[in-house]
Design a binder for this molecule. Sequence first.
Ligand SMILES: CC(C)(COP(=O)(O)OP(=O)(O)OC[C@H]1O[C@@H](n2cnc3c(N)ncnc32)[C@H](O)[C@@H]1OP(=O)(O)O)[C@@H](O)C(=O)NCCC(=O)NCCS
Length: 225
Amino acid sequence: MTILFKFCATPPNLSQTQWIGPAGAHPLRQAAHTASKLALALAYREFSLLSPRTELHDYAQSDEASNHEWWLANREHLLEEANFYCLKKSPDTLISRAHTDQMTVGAVAELGLGVRSIGIDIEDEKRVLKPELAKIFLSSADQAQSLSLLEIWSAKEAIYKALSSFLLHHQLPVSKPLTLKDIELTERQNLAGQFRFKDFEGLYLGQKININNRNYLVFTASLFA
Ligand SMILES: CC(C)(COP(=O)(O)OP(=O)(O)OC[C@H]1O[C@@H](n2cnc3c(N)ncnc32)[C@H](O)[C@@H]1OP(=O)(O)O)[C@@H](O)C(=O)NCCC(=O)NCCS
């Protein structure tokens, strides 16, 4: 199972009139949204080479599909998302996006092959989490002792997205609200391991990535089928 992800700096090289974020949103939010959608488009373009998908695949592989045209394609709703979970026009293509102030990331993966949902998170490695926040997201059952607070936070944010988008998409209720504290982590090796939330299980994987001389933490999560 591979989660393919691509980055796009915020703001992308677009004018404000080209931003596609929610109407009335703060300019930074607009820029982050647009950049992460562009990152998603770039990830999808590469993904579609590996795993062809009819209409979108044909578009992705056409000679004229430059990065900018991919952004336009999104405007035309080719890359519209359903419930933060998959592409509307390609429901077998799982997706997830995340942003920091300066960098965004978009991820895609194929439904099946043992996976039924994915999530991604990106954090600037310099971000300092308030220790008191630990009370809110650390579970006493977490066994990922070698992860830092920020790493656990980021892993759980990615896992939250995989779980929440899956539950939302399939309209599945949970008996109490899904919170980061209810997700339990076990560590297998450095920055990677297994998670559990009620009857759900899956894998998380963290990577340290340097882009434009800044260090970022990127965590992905996949929910087992
Ligand atoms: C949903 C959530 C994970 C988003 O994280 P964030 O820090 O606001 O922002 P990120 O940059 O990491 O991700 C934003 C993207 O997540 C995606 N997203 C939003 N809600 C989502 C959901 N319910 N499921 C999956 N993905 C979601 C969207 O693509 C969004 O991008 P957009 O705003 O451009 O559309 C976060 O707001 C959240 O609710 N976290 C868990 C809350 C929790 O348990 N809190 C208790 C401890 S404080």
